[in-house]
Design a protein around this ligand. Sequence first.
Ligand code: R5P
Length: 299
Amino acid sequence: MKPILFDFFYGSKTLFTELLNSGQFEKGEVDIRRFPDGESYVRVRSQCTQRQVIILANLHHPDDKFLPLLFLCQALRDLNVKHITLISPYLPYMRQDKRFHDGECITSAQFSSILSSAIDRIVTIDPHLHRYASLSEIYNVDNLVLKADNTIAEWIKQNVNKPLIIGPDSESEQWAAATAELINCPYLVLTKERLGDRDVKISTPHAGDLTDHTPVLVDDIISTGRTMIETAKVLNAEGFGSPVCIGVHAVFSERDYNALRNSAVEKIITCNTIPHHSNGIDVAKLLLGSVAAVINPSS
Ligand code: R5P
């Protein structure tokens, strides 16, 4: 029997539809709604006993969704499902990976600990691994970490003339270097100083004679957009043209997206890990290929 695939806050015409259309899954039926007092109601309608279950979850803005997700997992357990895989293409709460000030909660560890108690396996794409070397440091369930670098490299090959990949900060080196290698083009990694949520300072690139290339900024997350905006400014000052900005996860608010669009950038493209109108790089194939390897469709 095929695994049952539940849509958790993706909706139609998104990644969920693409995975479902692959024919590898049976569509799960679930009602999730809010009572007038704001509490959640969850009811699984599919026959799930002894079935493999996959929840494709859009956990952008996780605080509104986390309790309903835990309730859904518990409802599935109560129905004696065989196994719960959570596919969360964007994995939230990865950035607070350290106590920077006394009394702070290390939310990445707290979030992962609660989530690990509810599921059997997690699949995600480019989680923000900075001080953690791997997801296993904080998730104590099976995990599969996928990388969008190949998919992004393909897009760049087809859409950008003479690219120069630029990672705006040291953390982005992992994406910038891998992407440049796949394309066989040069890359630069800059340094960033974060002075506040919306205040960043980017180092001047030592670009030599590369200013005739098209700068392509590659980062895992675009949130306030300040990293990309400031990087575009320093590139401009060095004689580069306006950059193409690529983010794996379109975390930004509409206001921040518009601010980025109105800055000195050529184009903003994101992967469809979070539904957004900047989505232009499709990760469905990446997910399908890898998920099939860990889930036995015959069970
Ligand atoms: C942080 O280290 C990430 O890799 C991104 O660079 C960061 O989240 C971007 O944030 P913003 O768009 O708010 O500058």
